[in-house]
Each structure stands twice: as structure tokens, then as C-alpha cells.
Design a protein around this ligand. Structure first.
Ligand SMILES: [Zn+2]
Ligand SMILES: [Zn+2]
Length: 391
């Protein structure tokens, strides 16, 4: 395939870029250096660029002929993780690391831009290269959309990609339907009445009430939710009490919920509040409750997925397109596919011999760079095929 040949020709250039990004990780919404570098590279290719949000950049490549508009998206932020890989191109920013592989995403999408700018004459339509900040805090996609990234020209279809440490290099996981879960948070304050530890009847014990609330919340997933549509309710923090001989008058809890269907997702605040309200009533406590919707589930649209399976199949071979268990983690790529048909793919980057076997967000996380040309060619091929289908 021409896209793969061109991507392979740019292998070293992509590796250099990836390592440069890796050395200089930047936190969400602070990707200033990264974005400058991306913009500079796009301009060198003769691609028109546009800043969207403080640290997001979009490249616009118009083909020789008029046509549809396809968007390709990469996220570019790093995480507050201390790198311990010992790699020669390790993070030079203490406490920050590209531990999710977004350095590879930036390099891969630049690779696709290079391939497609070389093939400009064969393009019938426009490609938008979206370099999005702040995926790790689930705010970047929303900010880019509010900044108009899906408009002018209006995007007809969108594709995203994540390098994936569970999939071996050379393979790509790609399937229709839900692939990643939603992620929404809640904050809960339970108030009772503090008293001397020897005289519980003179107070209202918020801690005991809160433990009952936690137990109750953990029955929702199995007893209230439709078990055929999995959800996770996680209480991640629990603070109560100041001293061993005092009845605690207050407990504060925080949690995060995951779901794959809009129904479960929308019902969760209600289910949780019912449990909280009735438990608090039984124990004589008051409560304050705040629910925040953050990130919806990522659901791959049928036609885009089919198209991507065929296109990426040309790059890695049909037999190397896998289906994998959906991930209970989340991705703010979901914001795009809620508005425009699209698909999200998982590019294999695992290679145990090279030590690329650690999970995302680990201090030891690394990927097999041989995945970069496959990723770049896959992005490019999907865009090319979508634009050049005449319907
Ligand atoms: Zn991540
Ligand atoms: Zn990620």
C-alpha cells in the first residue's frame, strides 16, 4: 500500500518526533511547546493550521478535488506520573510523563499528515487533523468542539486512535458499539451530630451512616442495574472522624461511576440518591449530594467502523483486525462521536521482548515504536478511503 510505504519512509522522522514529545511532556491544557512543534511541522508540509483553544491545533489539508470532510484526531497531553523507565529519552520534566502514549499519537498523526500531503493530488475532499489537548482530564474534546473544530468546514466522519499496551504490535482492535465506558463523579457529605465517644445516643453518628451508604451503593450494580449492561460504582475517598473518643458528626465521600449505556448513565444519579436519602433517613443524618457528568461512553458507529476495518485491514492484514473486551476506562473521543459518525481504534504497541508490556499510566509504560508507521498509514488510509468513496 502506498500509504504504508510512505509512512515507513518517514519512520525515523516519526520516532524522533515521538521521542522529542516524550522528553518534554506537558500537563493537560498546558501543551504549549508540544503544540508549537506540531504546528511548525504541519506548516513545513504546507498544511494550513488553526489554533483552537489555547493549546489545541488543527491542520487542514484540501485535496485536489472538492468533496467530503474527514477528521482524524490525536490527543497530546501527558500525566502527572514519575517516569522510571530509564530510557535514554526519558521525561525531562520531573513529575510528568507521557505514560498513556499520547506522544505516539501526536507523532503518528503528523505521520499521517505527511503521507496525505504527499498524496494530495489523489485526495477528493478535505482532511482535518485535530491535535487535541487535555484528554486526561476529559475536558479537551469539549473545549475543541466549543471552539468550532467540527464546523467550517463541517466534519462528515471522524476517526481516533489509541496506542494500546494489551494488543501486540502489528494488530489493531476495532469493533462497532461501545468500546469505552463513561466516567462521571459524585461528591457526598453526610452530616450527623458530634458527641462524646462514650455517649453515642447524645449524637448522630455520620461515620456509621456513611459506611451503610457505601455498602448500599455497592448493591446497585448487581441489584438495581440491568446486569446485562455492566456498570461500576466506585467510592474512592471516605473521610470521617477526628478523634478516637468522639462520635463523628460528618463524613465526606467521593466516587466515580462507569457505564456503557446512556440509560444506566442517566439513571445512576437517581439510583445513588435514593440509596443515600433513605439510608440517611434511617440513621437520622442529613446529606448534600453533587453529581457531575464528565465523559460519555465511546460508541463506535457501525458504518464508520466497517469502513475503518476494511481500510486498516489493507495496512495490517484483515487477520490482524481484532475485537477486544470493551474497556471500563473512558476517552473523551466520545464527545466527537456523539455529534459525528466515527470510530475509535486501538493500535497494538505491545512487545514484551522490547519491554513494552506495562499498563497505561504505569511509571514503566513504553510502546513499541514499530507501531508508529502502522498507525500513520492506518489513519491516512481510512481518510483516503472515506473521501474517495463516490456515493
Ligand atoms: Zn490515559
Ligand atoms: Zn490515553
Amino acid at each position: 500500500m502506498k500509504t504504508l510505504d510512505l509512512a515507513k519512509e518517514n519512520y525515523e522522522w516519526m520516532v524522533d518526533l515521538r521521542r522529542d514529545f516524550h522528553r518534554h511532556p506537558e500537563a493537560s491544557f498546558e501543551e504549549f511547546r508540544t503544540t508549537d512543534k506540531i504546528e511548525e511541522e504541519l506548516k513545513k508540509m504546507g498544511i494550513e493550521t488553526l489554533r483552537v483553544t489555547k493549546t489545541g491545533v488543527v491542520g487542514l489539508l484540501k485535496g485536489a478535488k472538492e468533496g467530503k470532510v474527514v477528521a482524524l484526531r490525536a490527543d497530546i497531553d501527558a500525566l502527572s506520573v514519575n517516569e522510571e523507565t530509564g530510557l535514554p529519552y526519558s521525561s525531562e520534566a520531573p513529575g510528568l510523563m507521557h505514560a498513556c502514549g499520547h506522544d505516539c499519537h501526536a507523532a503518528t498523526l503528523l505521520g499521517a499528515a505527511k503521507v496525505l500531503s504527499t498524496m494530495k493530488d489523489e485526495l477528493q475532499g478535505t482532511v482535518k487533523f485535530i491535535f487535541q489537548p487535555a484528554e486526561e482530564v476529559a475536558g479537551g474534546a469539549k473545549a475543541m468542539i466549543e471552539g468550532g473544530v467540527l464546523e467550517n468546514p463541517k466534519v462528515d466522519m471522524i476517526f481516533g486512535m489509541h496506542i494500546w499496551s494489551d494488543v501486540p504490535t502489528g494488530q489493531v482492535a476495532l469493533q462497532p458499539g461501545p468500546v469505552m465506558a463513561s466516567a462521571d463523579t459524585f461528591d457526598l457529605t453526610i452530616t450527623g451530630k458530634s458527641a462524646h465517644g462514650s455517649s453515642p445516643w447524645q449524637g448522630v453518628d455520620a461515620l456509621t451512616c456513611a459506611t451503610a451508604v457505601v455498602q448500599g451503593l455497592h448493591t446497585i450494580a448487581t441489584k438495581v442495574n440491568d446486569a446485562r449492561q455492566p456498570i461500576v460504582i466506585n467510592v474512592g475517598t471516605f473521610h470521617s472522624g477526628e478523634r478516637f473518643n468522639v462520635i463523628p458528626g460528618k463524613a465526606t465521600l467521593q466516587g466515580m461511576n462507569r457505564a456503557f449505556t446512556e440509560h444506566s448513565r442517566r439513571m445512576l444519579p437517581e439510583w445513588i440518591e435514593k440509596m443515600v436519602k433513605n439510608t440517611c433517613e434511617a440513621y437520622g443524618c442529613e446529606y448534600e449530594y453533587k453529581y457531575t457528568f464528565m465523559c460519555s461512553p465511546t460508541i463506535n458507529e457501525e458504518n464508520s467502523t466497517k469502513l475503518a476495518q476494511e481500510s486498516v485491514g489493507k495496512i495490517v492484514g484483515k487477520e490482524n483486525i481484532l475485537t477486544i473486551d470493551k474497556a471500563m476506562g473512558s476517552e473523551d473521543f466520545s464527545e466527537y462521536v456523539q455529534r459525528v459518525p466515527g470510530a475509535f481504534m486501538f493500535l497494538g504497541g505491545r512487545n514484551e521482548e522490547k519491554g513494552c508490556k506495562y499498563s497505561h499510566h504505569s511509571n514503566f509504560f513504553n510502546v513499541d515504536e514499530d507501531a508508529l508507521p502502522l498507525g500513520a498509514a492506518s489513519y491516512a488510509q481510512v481518510a483516503l478511503d472515506f473521501l474517495n468513496i463516490t456515493k
